[in-house]
Design a protein around this ligand. Structure first.
Ligand SMILES: [Zn+2]
Length: 257
């Protein structure tokens, strides 16, 4: 079964400087860069949508989902006003235990995002990688994060972004059993012709990504999508061989950030 392409952009925090303490500089995007990317979407006739929207039957190539992972404080402070000024929406995947920690969104921020018409969704309770957990721990992560976010926003949490992008069939089945309707991965792609409509690929937006690269990835054309897939799969190999914990240590040594 194929479906229309629906690019899902994956952001984390928006910071002026790449040296934000405690933040992976690769995934820290400058606010001006984010604005240029949102303007590019608008100028190219793309509409930002919510995951729970019924997209028009002929939305192919017309809609895009903007998503943010983790719950960085800049989600509300920097991203929200820039989205609202353009009449755009995004989905915020928040790790519920991070709420209120230094540098992360507060409870009031989460409510503000939801009240502004943004989606608030789950990125786990503790950000532990779900495939490392036993079944009771896995269910706990999915149930408790959903409950806390729904309590704050008084809206349904229907989507899960896998912490670290890690997870497979077991994690997907647990999410669907526990009331989620969609699982977002970090597999690079624009969801064209993928087999399961409840499981989505995403495009990771990194610092210093130019508009050319942004456009190529959104339209999935040229060499860049192939490079993104290759990079993802090359990194997935040691992940499987080493286990997530050792992989994280290796990645920290091999990659900037
Ligand atoms: Zn994350």
């Amino acid at each position: 079964m194929s479906r229309a392409r629906l690019p899902i952009l994956m952001y984390h925090g928006l910071h002026e400087s790449a040296d934000e303490p405690g933040f992976d500089p690769v995934y820290s995007v400058a606010p001006a860069q984010f604005e240029r990317q949102m303007d590019w979407l608008r100028d190219n006739g793309l509409r930002t949508a919510r995951l729970d929207e019924n997209l028009p039957a002929r939305h192919d190539g017309q809609c895009v989902i903007v998503s943010f992972d983790d719950g960085d404080a800049t989600n509300r402070r920097i991203a929200l006003p820039r989205l609202a000024a353009r009449g755009m929406v995004a989905e915020f995947f928040i790790t519920s235990d991070f709420i209120g920690r230094p540098g992360m969104v507060s409870e009031a921020d989460v409510r503000t995002l939801a009240d502004a018409g943004m989606g608030v969704q789950s990125h786990g309770r503790s950000h532990r990688f779900l495939e490392d957990l036993d079944e009771i721990e896995l269910d706990g992560e999915l149930i408790e994060s959903k409950r806390r976010l729904e309590g704050l926003t008084e809206r349904s949490v229907t989507a899960l972004a896998l912490p670290g992008g890690r997870g497979g069939a077991r994690e997907r089945a647990a999410a669907l059993r526990l009331g989620y309707r969609q699982v977002l991965t970090s597999v690079p792609g624009i969801n064209r012709g993928i087999p399961a409509s409840d499981c989505s690929e995403r495009i990771a937006i990194t610092r210093g990504m130019g508009l050319d690269e942004f456009a190529d990835l959104l339209q999935w054309r040229g060499m860049r999508p192939r490079m993104a897939r290759l990079r993802y799969h090359v990194l997935a190999w040691p992940k499987r061989l080493l286990g997530n914990e050792r992989y994280q240590r290796l990645r920290a040594r091999l990659l900037p950030g």
